[in-house]
Write a new protein. Structure first.
Length: 185
């Protein structure tokens, strides 16, 4: 099994940049880097964010867009010489449970989530997941948002249990622990 890493933090905490730093080290050692992007360009602001990520992404990184079918995308690029950045779990969950153009697909989400969790131990690639930590604030007033925050918290926990490392980003600084260290604490 490869060593996977879950990088969590608040918005603009430096999560994607940390993932890219890890990937640049991998690339310098002769490895391939693939970014699986989960964002959907549903409005002008999101299109600008996506354009910024593309423009600032390091040279030589391949990109695969997978707003819904993350497990299939991971299988497509799986190779021991490849480091995969999944950026990000937060938007992936949003696409399933809070889509811009329709009703949530809870059954589809549960099936895709289960497929991802089952696949992780089987992958040859090293995977670096990026996700937001959104449960540190006040409890949202609306049921849909509370359900989303709860589901993202569960997803982050389940992915973390299948990773070898967990990195918390605070003000652009990484705080990294192995999962065994975190479990013993």
């Amino acid at each position: 099994m490869s060593l996977h890493d879950l990088i969590v933090g608040g918005q603009r905490s430096g999560k994607s940049r940390q993932a890219e730093r890890l990937a640049l080290r991998w690339q310098a050692g002769g490895g391939r880097v693939v970014v699986i992007a989960t964002a959907l360009a549903a409005d002008d602001e999101m299109r600008a964010r996506i354009a910024h990520h593309r423009a600032t992404r390091p040279a030589g990184f391949d990109t695969l867009e997978a707003p819904l079918r993350l497990s299939a995308a991971l299988q497509e690029v799986d190779d021991a010489g490849t480091l995969v950045i999944v950026d990000c779990l937060t938007l992936w969950l949003t696409n399933w449970l809070m889509p811009m153009d329709g009703a949530p697909d809870e059954a589809g989400w549960l099936a895709e989530r289960d497929a991802l969790l089952a696949l992780l131990p089987e992958l040859s690639s090293t995977v670096v997941f990026v996700s937001n930590e959104v449960g540190w604030g006040i409890s949202p007033l609306g049921r849909e948002v509370r359900d989303y925050v709860d589901e993202l918290g569960r997803l982050n926990q389940d992915v973390a249990r299948r990773c070898g490392q967990l990195t918390l980003m605070v003000a652009g600084q990484p705080w990294t622990r192995t999962i065994e260290e975190a479990s013993d604490a």
